[in-house]
Write a protein that binds this ligand. Structure first.
Ligand code: PLP
Length: 389
């Protein structure tokens, strides 16, 4: 029976150290978490600017609930597109300097919209091997040929683009890789998109709000031109502190998504209070240079503090700082040792990362203090000493 097979499957996951366990928080998202009834210093969230519980955003959400209610009642195309949704789209387009933006309930849905709307089974997607799961699923849904190139390897990508006879080509990449923290070679990818007449779709979930002038993201950091072949996806549940996502680009591409993307059309519009909260979140991002420079200093502090450990820190200059451990069990053990000392750093295992590449994913936020980072550094040094002894 199917449920007995599931039981075997679950037992296999447990035996392989792959069972996921959720912890329940009893405090808002922030460095000082209350989790499973205990206090812990958290290095887990994607709340890179510390906005998730910002009083001005909370107040905007409350005001908007009073003004607009909570539910939107329908999909955007039917009757669920309220004024705050319209305003956030216009603000986002202006902020990232593209013709138009479309607001989505989540980044996962945005990615599922983009790829199948642009390519089908006559076409080919050229995807970085370390792309986020939502991008992989988007390609599967499109039925396009899925051509994966080694991480960041633009020479191999150029070769594969040259060989391809596909009708349409689409290059698909994370801007900041979510489990490694490194950046895609965006200028080279854009040059290849031009040379081979391809779309370039960039998922900036971890760059938006953090990188580039004014937090405008990775595209702005690399000063990529405003080209119709470039589509930008940004998420709003990470640095922007709320939830949702957007796709920005050429007005025809955005109109096409609105007309055709099934994950846009066949889902209820998210609450207007979230869009209203995001308007304030965008103001805080725009004025967030102090938060961003504090975050950059914390990254430096962590990296120099951990330089002498037996585990290697990935070459990342972003808020995502993975400590590479290797084995699943060893990663979980280290994560548990830290937790017993009141530090919460998640162990990331396959299938989120390749087999043998389990790690601790340390993520920093502007809400952390120097002392928070020093506490983590001291604990990891101590764990390393005990590991050797
Ligand atoms: C988090 C994430 C997403 C999904 O965004 P949600 O809004 O959480 O659904 C997509 N792509 C990348 C790279 C991400 O890290």
């Amino acid at each position: 029976m199917i449920w007995e097979e599931l039981e075997t499957g679950l037992a296999t996951l447990a035996a392989d150290g792959l069972l996921r366990r959720r912890r329940t928080l009893d405090a808002p998202c922030g460095p000082e978490a209350v989790v499973d009834g205990r206090r812990a210093l958290a290095f887990c969230s994607n709340d890179y600017l510390g906005l998730a519980n910002h009083p001005a955003i909370v107040a905007a959400a409350c005001d908007a609930a009073a003004r607009w209610g909570v539910g939107s009642g329908a999909s955007h195309a039917v009757s669920g597109h309220l004024r705050p949704h319209e305003e956030i789209e216009q603000r986002l387009a202006a902020f990232v300097g593209r013709e138009r933006a479309l607001y989505f309930a989540t980044g996962y849905l945005a990615n599922l919209a983009i790829v199948p709307a642009l390519v089908d089974r006559h076409d080919a997607v050229f995807a970085d091997r370390l792309n986020h799961a939502s991008l992989i699923d988007a390609v599967l849904l499109s039925r396009a040929e899925h051509i994966r190139y080694p991480h960041g390897d633009t020479a191999t990508l150029a070769e594969r683009l040259k060989q391809s006879r596909a009708r349409r080509k689409l290059i698909l990449t994370d801007a900041v890789f979510s489990m490694d923290g490194d950046l895609a070679p965006l200028p080279e990818l854009f040059e290849l998109a031009e040379r081979f007449d391809a779309w370039l779709v960039v998922d900036d979930a971890h760059g938006f709000g953090v990188l580039g002038p004014g937090g405008r993201g990775s595209i702005a950091q690399f000063a990529l031109p405003d080209s119709p072949r470039l589509l930008l996806m940004g998420t709003l549940g990470k640095a922007a502190g709320v939830s949702g996502a957007f796709v920005a680009g050429d007005r025809r591409a955005i109109e096409w998504l609105m007309q055709r993307a099934r994950s846009y059309i066949f889902t209820t519009a998210s609450s207007p209070l979230l869009a209203a909260a995001l308007l304030v979140g965008l103001d805080l991002i725009e004025q967030g240079e102090d938060r961003r420079s504090h975050l950059r200093r914390l990254i430096e502090r962590l990296r120099s503090g951990l330089a002498a450990l037996p585990w290697r820190l990935s070459p990342s200059s972003t808020a995502i700082q993975p400590l590479l451990i290797g084995g699943n069990e060893a990663s979980v053990r280290l994560s548990e040792q830290l937790f017993s000392r009141g530090l919460w750093v998640p162990a990331i295992r396959p299938p989120t990362v390749p087999a043998g590449a389990a790690r601790l994913r340390i993520s920093l936020s502007a809400a952390h203090s120097d002392a928070h980072v020093d506490t983590l550094v001291a604990a990891l040094r101590d764990c390393a000493r005990r590991d050797r002894a």
